[in-house]
Each structure stands twice: as structure tokens, then as C-alpha cells.
Write a protein that binds this ligand. Structure first.
Ligand SMILES: [Zn+2]
Length: 692
């Protein structure tokens, strides 16, 4: 059994959600449910663990939102600080402490941190020209400036990015720039900024991320980190780390604690991760602990649960800040998840293409466990995944109701019928059949197996193993058919029902990290008071135990529910996309068969020099290994592409692009908004397989 009980401290953080919108399922599947499963398990084995989070309440988007809603930033963050907590508690996300970054306490903590870095010479001070709105009398953050995109000529591109073509921009590149605050044309004006010269840190960061080494000693097991996390960090470092401004000219945020820096605040990605520290301080104060034990003692393991869009901040920028400060430990593990899509499209707040947690929980007060179950089943641990309501229905009906619910219910009903609800005594060893012994052996193995998967952050498989215990019990009961033996062999029925009760009892413990409410109901019915992981055993339910009441665990989902949920998606009720590309002119079958379409795997991917839009892919086609140049660099980073299986037009005439010979074309799906997606063959389709 790999259950750890070394009493080391583990400090868990989940990404601070941004307080300008509601929590949706994608957030939960990314940074909160995996942490909740992990922490519930650690608590159950008696580990010394603390899990902190809080609202991220600074940054330009909140001021912008306040302007739009004709209110103050404070009112915006006050509203979402409360609503986000309601959403989390609706899905039983069990933080030990939930804080907020607009508190006076946090401002002080962040400012002290900044001053220590200043004292340590961690910054470079630079004066540069930035856009300034003379009517509003303030400098403009990138998001406050819009204009025409210099690349695709789309109107309303932002100062940092064009959403139409995906190009990364700087505000001075925009044609006809406009302030979104006043609508006026901004002017360039010099301002002073404190930069973090990240290039200085490349060497030790490389050792830290690629080898898990810090200051010449082993810090963590680098092999335990997810490959996409390491891949993304490597590509950042290999690309050369640029200096990044740690201050902004804004009114809303943590003021820069330096004389003459009025009107400047700390960069939100400097202040937000320090929010983890403030949150821990508040927790420690409430619980009579010393927060320094959790942040400054090398016996503590620090784990950040985040989505993949935050990897650079948690694996590169925050570690630099912590190391520059000097008193802090560095992250031990950053089990970042990829993204979860929804019904065939990316989750999008602005298009209302999302399932809002507060709304779901409001309409389904008992819906927490089923949603947690489905999200854990499709958690985007290694690659992007997709939530659909049809899949939700199937998993709830076929797995939770038909297997788990049915099995537990049958054991209770039969025990009531045969023994007035009292669990029979354990049989002697010589009364056990081969099948009985196998079931008991599986019960003995299950806790260690599930624990090992959870420790490795493989929550999908861990939940599957826990559900396999229910599958095992269901199969046992169905095949042993105690109801047929009651008249002829009542002693045998006692044995079967005793063992079946043990299976149910174990579920009350092993399901707790995944389905806390269900586990609670089962434990109560089976007379299990404490649900410690180590209590899971073949004797968890004593003979003579009087079973309690058990409500129906899972109601089946009907099609009407399904239709209602799907109809909520999107901004219009019909859900049809008016911009679907029209069909092209007819072609012949012969034209089609001339094309050699094949499945290939991307084995390498690098940017093409001096070409912003191009990536150079190395493909294993089954036939050979070849190079293809693809114009997707504005949509994908190389590390997002490596390892993918793609569809290749293999017999397209070779063509030189920017000096590289491209031998074929990777096919992509384009949506009406110009978004590009790979066409991914299903499992079992291999390189070289021909598409016809
Ligand atoms: Zn553009």
C-alpha cells in the first residue's frame, strides 16, 4: 500500500479565480476538482495538509468591467467574491481558507514582498513611452486600447492581441489607436516601470524544471511533472526569457510602495500569487499555526493546481520571485490541467458557451456528486477534453445509477428482507469459495491502488478504480444470485451478504474524495462513523451491525433535462451558427480519390525562423518521416502540437516555404470565427492509416 503517512506538510493552492465573472465547469475541471480530490484523500490518510485559495481582484479587466457596468471596481469584486464562493460550495469544493487580494492585509504583504525584491536588486527600472488618455488623465493598459489590427486589418483589435487573427500585438502597432475609456486618441508619454529581468534566471530555472534540481540539490522528482508542463516551460526558456514589467500605470491594484510612484500599482501577476501567502497567513492565524512553517520550511511541499494558461506564471515567474526574495520554498509540483471544451466548441464567457456552476447548483441542489463524477471522468489531465450533456446523461444513468446505485440498494434491500437489516456474521475461512476470496483480495488491494493514482495526480484512473469496486460488487451479487439460494442454502447466503456488505462499506470510504455526499450516505447507512482511508478493509462492517436508511442515490437523467441544458448554451435560443461556411461547388469522385490522405503523428515541432505564422512539423506517416510547414503558429505553440495525431494530405507537391521544403499539408478545421482546430482521429487509428 503506498499510502503516505510521513507527516510532511503539504501546502496546496488552486489558481485564484478572477473576480469579474462567474465560475464555469471548465474552471472546476481545471484547477479545483483535482485539488479537492487530492486534498480530501490526504485528509483521509491523516496527512498534514492545508489548501488555500481566494479571489484575484486586481487587474485592468476589473476596472474595464466596472466602467462598462457604470459601477466601481470594488462593487464588481465584492459581488463576484461572494458568488464565486457560492459556486465552489455548490460543488463541495472544500478549501481550508478562501481569501481575497483587495484586502488591506494582502496589500501590505504584497508591498513588503516588492520592497524586499527592490532591496535585493531584483528589478531594473526603465522609463519608456506609453499611451496616455489625456481626457481620463491616466496611462492606458494594453486592454484599454483598441485599433485596427496591422496584420489582418480587423477593427477593434486590443493593444495586446487581435482576437480576429490571433496575433500578439503591442499597443504602438495598432493603426488608429483609440482609448476605450474616453474614445479619444491616446498620446505617447514617458513613464517609469520596474522590470523583472527574467533572462538572468534561465540557468537555474532549466535545472529546476528539467531535472528537479535547485541550488545543486534534488528538489523534486522532475519525472513526476506532467510532460506538457515541462514542455511549455522549456519552450519559454529556450525562446529566451524577456524582462517583464512588474508595475502598471493604473489606479486599481496594490500601490507601488515607492516614493514618487503615485498612480502605479503592482502587476497583477506579481500580486496574485502572493495572495496564496496572504491566504495562508489568515488560515494560520485562525488555527494557531505559524504560517512560516508552510512557506519557509523546506519540509513543506508546495503544490499549485492551475489550468495550462497559467503555467508560465507558476513555473517561471513566481519561482523567480520566491527565489529572489530568498526566504521562501519553491513549488514542488504544478499538476496543471489542459482545457475542457463544451459541446464541440471552446468554452467562451462572452458567447455564453459555458455551464455556469452557480446556475447548475441552484437548479440541481443534489447535483453536486453527479457533476463531480462526470468532470473527474473526463478531466483534461494530459490533453484537452470535452464535456457534452449526452455523455453526462450516459455516465449518470449507466454508471452511477445502474452500477453503483443499484448495487448498494440491492445489498440494503436484501439484508433488510433476509435479516431484518442486521449484517450477518463473518464466515470462517474454510467457508469461502474461490470467488469470495477473489472479491476479498480485490478489496484489500483497492485502497493502495487508488491512493497511488491520486498521489500521481491521475484522478480519472483513480475514480475508475474506485468505481471498479462497485462494479465488482454488482457482478458478485448478480452471479452468486443469493435470492435463488435462500431456501436451499441459507448459510451460503449469509456468506454472500456478509461479503457484499464489506464491498458497500469500502465504497463509503474510497468514494469520499470523488463523491463526498454519496460516500457520506453510504457510510451512515453502513454504520461507519469515521471514514479514514486506512479503515478500508475486508472487515469494515462488523457482523451484527444494524443498517440504517439509505435514500435513492442517483435519479436517472431524462432527455428533457438534456434538451433544457443544451438550449441554454450560446447567445441565441436556436443555437445555430449563422456563419457556417457555405458548401463549395461539386467535385468528382476521381478528383477525391487522387488525394492521398493519411494519419500521421507529429514527432517534433519548431518555429520557422523569421516567420510569425509558420511552424515546422516533423511527421511520422507510417511510410516515412517527413517535414511539413504549417501556417498555424498564431494558433498553436510547438508544445501543443508535438505528439498529436493529425490528418495529412500526403501527395501534395513538395513546396519550399521560407527555405524549408514542405512535403504535404496538415488538414485543419476552421470555424466561422477563423479559429483553427486539428482534426484528431479516434483512438486506435494509427500513422499510415489511409483515409478514404
Ligand atoms: Zn488581426
Amino acid at each position: 500500500m503506498s499510502v503516505t503517512t510521513n507527516k510532511k506538510r503539504r501546502l496546496i493552492t488552486s489558481a485564484l479565480p478572477y473576480a469579474n465573472g462567474h465560475i464555469h465547469l471548465g474552471h472546476i475541471a481545471g484547477a479545483y476538482l483535482p485539488a479537492d480530490i487530492y486534498v480530501r484523500y490526504l485528509r483521509s490518510v491523516g496527512e498534514n495538509v492545508v489548501w488555500v485559495c481566494g479571489s484575484d481582484e486586481h487587474g485592468a479587466a476589473i476596472t474595464l468591467r466596472a466602467k462598462k457596468d457604470k459601477t466601481t471596481p470594488q462593487e464588481i469584486v465584492d459581488k463576484y467574491h461572494v458568488e464565486m464562493q457560492e459556486a465552489f460550495s455548490g460543488l463541495d469544493i472544500s478549501f481550508d481558507h478562501y481569501s481575497r487580494t483587495s484586502s488591506a492585509r494582502h496589500h501590505k504583504v504584497a508591498q513588503d514582498f516588492f520592497l524586499k525584491l527592490l532591496e535585493n536588486g531584483s528589478f531594473e527600472v526603465k522609463t519608456e513611452e506609453q499611451y496616455y488618455d489625456t481626457e481620463e488623465d491616466q496611462f492606458l493598459a494594453d486592454r484599454y486600447i483598441t485599433g485596427t489590427c496591422p496584420k489582418c486589418e480587423a477593427e477593434n483589435a486590443y493593444g495586446d492581441q487581435c482576437e480576429k487573427c490571433g496575433s500578439t500585438l503591442s499597443p504602438t502597432e495598432l493603426i488608429n489607436p483609440k482609448s476605450t475609456l474616453s474614445g479619444s486618441e491616446p498620446v505617447l508619454k514617458p513613464t517609469t516601470l520596474w522590470y523583472l529581468p527574467m533572462g538572468r534566471h534561465e540557468d537555474w530555472l532549466k535545472d529546476y524544471i528539467e531535472k528537479g534540481e535547485l541550488d545543486g540539490a534534488q528538489h523534486h522528482d522532475a519525472k513526476a511533472w506532467k510532460s506538457h508542463v515541462i514542455g511549455q516551460c522549456k519552450s519559454w526558456i529556450d525562446g529566451g526569457l524577456q524582462s517583464r514589467a512588474m508595475t502598471r500605470d493604473l489606479k486599481w491594484g496594490v500601490p507601488v510602495p515607492v516614493e514618487g510612484a503615485e498612480g502605479k500599482v503592482l502587476y497583477v501577476w506579481l500580486d496574485a500569487p502572493i495572495g496564496y501567502i496572504t491566504s495562508t497567513m489568515e488560515w494560520a492565524e485562525k488555527n494557531g499555526e505559524d504560517w512560516r512553517d508552510w512557506w519557509q520550511n523546506p519540509d513543506t511541499e508546495l503544490l499549485h493546481f492551475i489550468g495550462k494558461d497559467n503555467i508560465v506564471f507558476h513555473c517561471i515567474i513566481f519561482p523567480i520571485l520566491l527565489k529572489e526574495h530568498g526566504d521562501y520554498i519553491l513549488p514542488h509540483q504544478v499538476p496543471a490541467n489542459e482545457f475542457m471544451n463544451l459541446e464541440g466548441d471552446k468554452i467562451s464567457t462572452s458567447r455564453n458557451w459555458a455551464v455556469w456552476v452557480k446556475e447548475y447548483c441552484g437548479e440541481n441542489p443534489d447535483g453536486s456528486d453527479v457533476m463531480r463524477y462526470v468532470l473527474a471522468s473526463i478531466m483534461p489531465e494530459q490533453r484537452d477534453s470535452e464535456f457534452t450533456w449526452t455523455d453526462f446523461r450516459d455516465r449518470v444513468n449507466n454508471e452511477l445509477a445502474d452500477v453503483l446505485g443499484n448495487f448498494v440498494n440491492r445489498v440494503l434491500v436484501l439484508t433488510r428482507k433476509y435479516y431484518e437489516g442486521v449484517v450477518p456474521n463473518a464466515p470462517s475461512d474454510d467457508a469461502l469459495s474461490k470467488v469470495d476470496k477473489k472479491v476479498l483480495a480485490s478489496l484489500t488491494e483497492a485502497p493502495g491502488k487508488i491512493a497511488d493514482l491520486i498521489e500521481r495526480h491521475r484522478y480519472r484512473e483513480a475514480q475508475l478504480e474506485a468505481m471498479n469496486v462497485a462494479r465488482l460488487g454488482n457482478k458478485y451479487l448478480t452471479e452468486e444470485e443469493p435470492w435463488k439460494l435462500m431456501k436451499t442454502d441459507p448459510a451460503r447466503v449469509e456468506t454472500i451478504m456478509q461479503i457484499a456488505s464489506q464491498v458497500v462499506g469500502n465504497l463509503g470510504v474510497l468514494l469520499e474524495p470523488f463523491l463526498p455526499r454519496t460516500a457520506e450516505k453510504i457510510s451512515k447507512a453502513m454504520g461507519i462513523a469515521e471514514k479514514k482511508w486506512t479503515d478500508a478493509s475486508t472487515g469494515i462492517v462488523a457482523g451484527g451491525t444494524k443498517l440504517g436508511e439509505l435514500p435513492i442515490l442517483f435519479a436517472k437523467i431524462d432527455d428533457e433535462f438534456l434538451e433544457e441544458q443544451v438550449a441554454k448554451l450560446g447567445n441565441n435560443s436556436s443555437n445555430t451558427n449563422p456563419n457556417i461556411m457555405p458548401q463549395k461547388d461539386p467535385t468528382t469522385f476521381d478528383n477525391f480519390t487522387q488525394m492521398d490522405l493519411r494519419v500521421a503523428t507529429v514527432t517534433e515541432c519548431v518555429p520557422v525562423k523569421k516567420a510569425d505564422k509558420l511552424l515546422q512539423l516533423t511527421l511520422d506517416t507510417g511510410l516515412d518521416v517527413r517535414t511539413v510547414v504549417s501556417g498555424i503558429a498564431e494558433h498553436f505553440k510547438p508544445e501543443d502540437v508535438i505528439g498529436r495525431r493529425v490528418v495529412l494530405l500526403a501527395n501534395l507537391e513538395p513546396r519550399k516555404i521560407r527555405g524549408v521544403e514542405s512535403q504535404g499539408m496538415v488538414l485543419m478545421a476552421t470555424n466561422a470565427d477563423g479559429g483553427l482546430r486539428f482534426i484528431t482521429p479516434e483512438e486506435g487509428v494509427n500513422p499510415g492509416d489511409v483515409i478514404s
